[in-house]
Design a protein around this ligand. Structure first.
Ligand code: DX5
Ligand code: ZN
Length: 237
């Protein structure tokens, strides 16, 4: 839609960039001060909520009860990233408690397309995530079944790891394929994203950026979010 000057707007009414999303990961937040931590990222697009089960990944965070409280408290919608086994069974519950998007791992799901349909029918955006070594070619014919695809740029399980540039060719191919098919799927990256790495991901075609330590580790998270947004915009394909 054109703005009142007849131009394609680059920001919405709240000043957020159209076509770029910055989703801070609360894995890097202080868990016992969650309400205050959430208030620090009110200028973000979504809050990224990492659910880990100590089975799919060797780390444990929290489950639906905590996510429900985050949902009730957060100033921005929830982007839930499930690093859990058997998402076919557990993912719908996160959509039911009101998460805006629910992303499960392709490696863990038994029936990914059926699960995505279920998530959408509950009202959530359906997301699928792939670990660094998982190919994405099998997703090309499924782009319409998902609202977002998460290309992990570290091995899932822990915050604060280094960005893996070797995942970029895969992201680029997904972006090319999405463009070729006229798909509006969001392409998300997660892991090691900061002001020095976001450029590569944006150039390769990502539009949705998860950042944990780069946001919560900053003295001023709002400033960090603005910096990431500006860097992504400069380098977006
Ligand atoms: C890792 C998680 C990420 C993590 C990112 O398994 O999925 O969301 O919080 O943290 P940083 O940005 O510190 O790499
Ligand atoms: Zn994550």
């Amino acid at each position: 839609m054109l703005d009142h000057n007849g131009r394609v707007p680059t920001t919405d009414q709240t000043g957020r960039e159209v076509g770029i999303r910055i989703n801070p990961s609360i894995l890097a937040a202080d868990f016992v001060n969650m309400q205050a931590e959430l208030a620090r990222i009110a200028t973000a697009d979504f809050v990224h909520v990492d659910v880990m089960d100590n089975h799919f990944v060797p780390n444990l965070t929290f489950g639906p009860q905590m996510v429900e409280r985050i949902q009730a408290t957060s100033p921005v919608p929830l982007d839930v990233h499930l690093m859990i086994s058997d998402p076919d069974r557990w993912a719908p519950g996160y959509a039911e408690l009101g998460a805006a998007s629910v992303t499960f791992h392709l490696e863990a799901a038994t029936e990914p397309v059926a699960l995505a349909r279920r998530l959408r029918s509950i009202g959530a955006r359906a997301g699928v995530a792939v670990k660094p070594a998982t190919p994405v070619d099998g997703l090309f014919d499924l782009l319409d079944d998902f609202d977002q695809i998460l290309v992990m740029t570290v091995e899932p399980g822990f915050g604060g790891q280094s960005f893996m540039p070797e995942t970029m060719p895969k992201l680029r191919r997904l972006a090319d394929e999405a463009r070729r098919r006229g798909s509006s799927v969001w392409l998300q990256v997660d892991g090691g994203i900061g002001e020095s790495t976001i450029a590569q991901a944006a150039e390769a075609g990502a539009d949705t950026f998860v950042a944990g330590s780069a946001v919560f580790g900053a003295a001023d998270p709002a400033n960090a979010i603005a910096g990431l947004r500006a860097a992504a915009r400069r380098h977006q394909a």
